[in-house]
Design a protein around this ligand. Structure first.
Ligand code: ARG
Ligand code: ZN
Length: 466
């Protein structure tokens, strides 16, 4: 054991500076430090996101031909340099880039792996606002994640299922694609008449001419690139405003309509119930995209309007809705903190069952805790999944939720629900880390909780006492 850890330590010492240096390029604030880093510094997805600038707004104008599967795009990024920049990267995988301009002036660019490297004619000053325009086209292909799942632009028989977690944004638009960077979005998408293109936020307008329909979507609240969508299909559309003034837009594939209807009817009451627990709904619009995409195998909490690969059950609806608070409004700064998304959304499912005539959270916890030490549930601790391969695995979801249940038992219901609400409120529209959550829980409860979190989030194997 000690031999392995010694070797490990040596390996870490030997490789980390090299890897970090490679990632940063010459991006440190040194003499040569004027090129933006190729990645946001996330060890699980080293090339996701970029350094040196923040994107304030994405203006995407897309046209998708559902028969040839060809995508034409123009992306206008309004950004701010966070350092002097002679060069910077965007994430973009596949597709052909027609041209890049920075501040209206043609810029040099080069493609390398998933990076689009842009060299503007004039160096950007630290703090400078600038605009980048990228024209591109081609047949988008999904990216395969370390766990073997696919994400990004996933073609379906009548359009495309578009879900970007964790790294699929780069398959359909050039982006600073790490949840550290959040932006507002305008997405305009043109599809053949009879198809519907759905993104997050509010539908500003829809217009049909010459056999093509254009949909204009706007999300003004800060959004991570992995939460953007532009899902296309033959959908039945339903629109209404809830009594809280939330604008709902549901798009449902006819093949899923019958199964989806009774669950979708509950969306307003689910959002109201979650608002009572977690604080006001963080966005102004809501809804669901229920696609028929049998090969996908998951749903995603795309901001304001989750996308489902088939008709969801009530648990899944509760789960993706809870992510609007936990994940979408309060975002990760690193993928290793993924339990802050998945553990919370899973615990919301347990709470919903408990308060709607189903099993108590305690009963759900007990059934999981009964699994033997060799069960996959205990394969790794949720606060430290170890690699991008594990971020959507059972220990993150189930043991993540168990951690919250243990917290609830330690601090009592009153403080527990105060903690959840304070977390969603204090970090609304921004970011949160595991360390910040622990501190908040200790502050509100006045208890020392380091042992609890250490055991449940960070210690390998099945925890001793339940
Ligand atoms: N965040 C989604 C959910 O649990 C899961 C996304 C899975 N993504 C993937 N590429 N496998 O609601
Ligand atoms: Zn989830």
């Amino acid at each position: 054991r000690s031999r392995i850890s010694v070797l490990r330590r040596e390996a870490v010492i030997a490789t980390v500076p090299v890897a970090v240096a490679a990632l940063l390029g010459a991006a440190g604030p040194t003499a040569a430090g004027t090129t933006g880093a190729a990645g946001a510094g996330d060890p699980y997805f080293p090339l996701s996101g970029n350094g040196g600038y923040h994107v304030r707004h994405y203006g995407l104008t897309l046209r998708y031909d559902t028969s040839s599967r060809h995508l034409d795009g123009t992306a206008v990024l309004s950004a701010r340099a966070t350092q002097r920049l002679t060069r910077f990267d965007l994430d973009l995988k596949g597709l052909t880039v027609g041209g890049v301009t920075v501040e209206g002036t043609r810029a040099a660019f080069r493609r390398t792996g998933q990076e689009l490297v842009v060299t503007p004619r004039r160096t950007l000053r630290a703090g400078q606002d600038f605009r980048v325009t990228v024209t591109y086209h081609g047949i988008p292909k999904p990216v395969t994640d370390p766990d073997g799942s696919a994400d990004g632009w996933i073609p379906t028989d009548d359009g495309a299922f578009v879900a970007n977690e964790p790294q699929g944004a780069m398959t359909w638009f050039p982006a600073n694609a790490h949840p550290k960077d959040k932006s507002s979005y305008d997405i305009t998408i043109t599809v053949p008449q009879g198809r519907t293109a759905v993104a997050g936020g509010v539908l500003l307008g829809q217009h049909t001419a010459h056999g093509l329909t254009t949909f204009r979507w706007r999300e003004t609240q800060p959004m991570a690139a992995y939460l953007a969508t532009a899902t296309v299909g033959k959908f039945q559309v339903q629109q209404y405003t809830t009594r809280d003034g939330i604008r709902v837009y549901n798009a449902v594939d006819a093949r899923e309509a019958r199964a989806a209807a009774p669950v979708l009817k509950k969306l307003p009451s689910v959002l109201e119930w979650e608002s009572r627990l977690f604080g006001p709904y963080p966005f102004r619009s809501a809804g669901a995209i229920v696609d028929h995409a049998p090969d996908v195998g998951y749903a995603l909490e795309t901001q304001t309007r989750p996308v489902y690969d088939s008709a969801p059950d009530i648990s899944t609806l509760v789960h993706e809705s809870a992510h609007q608070w936990f994940g979408d409004s309060v975002s990760l700064t690193a993928w290793k903190d993924i339990w802050l998304n998945e553990g919370f959304a899973t615990y919301a499912e347990w709470l919903y069952a408990e308060q709607h005539g189903g099993d108590s959270a305690q009963k759900t916890f007990d059934a999981l805790y009964a699994r033997p030490a060799g069960n996959h549930l205990w394969a790794f601790p949720p606060g430290d999944p170890g690699s991008g391969k594990n971020i959507f695995d059972t220990p993150v979801y189930a043991r993540g939720a168990m951690t919250l249940h243990e917290l609830r038992r330690a601090v009592g219901d009153r403080d527990f629900f105060r903690i959840l609400r304070a977390w969603a409120t204090a970090h609304r529209g921004g970011h949160g880390t595991t360390a910040q959550f622990e501190r908040l829980a200790e502050q509100i409860s006045g208890k020392r909780l380091d042992g609890l979190f250490q055991t449940w989030l960070f210690t390998k194997g099945k925890p001793d006492s339940a």
